[in-house]
Design a protein around this ligand. Structure first.
Ligand SMILES: [Fe+2]
Length: 390
């Protein structure tokens, strides 16, 4: 079989950027630009927000229509109305970020209200427990090492964290690391909240341009899941662990301001839904990829593989392309395991053979959606206190 080397640049797709540019501003025409002497690429979440601003008049009209509609039937809550919407089925598997965007923009405010109603109809006990008992959610020895380094940011304390990280991907290339992040209790909490979201009947937008099954976890994005336990937990994991860890592991790639925003979503692979993911690079400086399978939920296949850019496949002779793919730097997820990798590292997911794989993915990037590409000179790397926020 001959294979054409077409690699999506971003999860949400270069085409999405181009599509948005037609409707938004000249500023977004190119995915790459030179800014302050650094190479950066715009994150599409920013494009989404710009698109929203551009259509604000239309959106206000829609919100007013929704409000008027609700006033006609005061017994009909936003939650009830959201449950009556018919969700457009996600179909595209490449460059499909803006699939059904009009639908999500039209109903985004109603859906946010529905999440708000659902949240206030339940006690906040779960959310409070999630935040106050982080030590029960994060693997104990890793959590202790992170806490100690926050309290006292020294390279000696960082060494303890390094001891928890195992290099993944091309050896010696510092492209990716893995560690055990979540406890069984943490996994069950996250999965039960995701199950609550799914069983709520509120529609959920596809997670990105390539994966069709899963959801976005965000308070702002139209069509995203906005349950406080999930949004708060994601925020805490990014601020306490993901951001400082990314600065420590990839000091040449992450400077002050390169990691101040994030975009979180879940993905799901099984025989009836998405089977695999094509090679691509993420719209992030660093990516946190956390397996959410419960210990009793086994699956087969669906390994992630990372590509060493210095050793590309020989596509001209790759008649056995599937076999060649399996020779890449393959990573199998254990329940609760986190893979943290550079967004620029090309990667893909092999086909799942049996069962279902659930993962939470968090892209971390810069202000306004910028994704820094150029590496820093060593003398410009952040110091240990800056890495851990002091
Ligand atoms: Fe990815």
């Amino acid at each position: 079989m001959k294979y054409t080397n077409v690699i999506p640049l971003l999860h949400l797709g270069a085409l999405a950027l181009q599509t948005a540019a037609k409707d938004v501003t000249e500023q977004t025409k190119d995915s790459f630009e030179e800014k302050n002497g650094y190479s950066v690429t715009k994150h599409e979440k920013n494009i989404n927000l710009q698109a929203n601003e551009n259509s604000i008049g239309l959106k206000q009209n829609m919100v007013e229509a929704n409000v008027q509609s609700r006033q006609k039937d005061e017994s009909c809550s936003a939650l009830d109305q959201a449950r009556r919407l018919e969700v457009p089925k996600a179909k595209g598997t490449i460059d499909a970020e803006f699939e059904h965007a009009d639908f999500w923009d039209e109903h985004g405010d109603l859906i946010k209200l529905a999440w708000s109603e659902l949240s206030t109809s339940n006690s906040n006990e779960t959310e409070n427990a999630a935040i106050s008992n982080l030590q029960n959610i994060i693997h104990p020895s890793f959590y202790s090492a992170v806490e100690a380094t926050h309290r006292n940011p020294t390279e000696a304390n960082e060494e303890v964290i390094w001891s928890h990280m195992k290099e993944a991907g091309p050896p010696g290339k510092s492209q990716a690391y893995k560690t055990q992040l979540l406890t069984d209790e943490g996994l069950r909490l996250l999965r039960s909240e995701l199950d609550r979201a799914t069983s709520s009947g509120i529609l959920m937008r596809r997670p990105n341009a390539m994966n069709r099954y899963g959801c976005i976890i965000d308070r702002e994005v139209n069509g995203a899941v906005s349950l406080p336990t999930l949004t708060s937990l994601v925020k805490t994991v990014v601020s306490k662990i993901g951001r400082p860890l990314g600065r420590m592991l990839f000091a040449d790639a992450v400077g002050e301001g390169d990691d101040c925003e994030y975009f979180a979503f879940t993905i799901r692979y099984n025989a009836e839904e998405d089977l695999e993911l094509k090679e691509h690079r993420d719209a992030s400086v660093i990516t946190l990829n956390i397996n959410l399978n419960l210990p009793e939920e086994t699956y087969d296949g669906s390994s992630l593989y990372l590509v060493d850019d210095e050793k590309p496949l020989d596509f001209d002779v790759a008649d056995d392309y599937e076999e060649e793919r399996n020779k890449r730097y393959s990573i199998s997820f254990d329940p609760g395991m986190m893979l943290i990798h550079r967004g620029s590292t090309q990667h893909a997911a092999l086909p799942i053979k049996e069962g279902t794989r659930h993962n939470l993915v968090i892209w971390v990037f810069g202000a306004g959606g910028d994704v820094r590409i150029a590496p820093y000179e060593k003398e410009d790397w952040l110091g240990v206190s800056e890495r851990w926020g002091k």
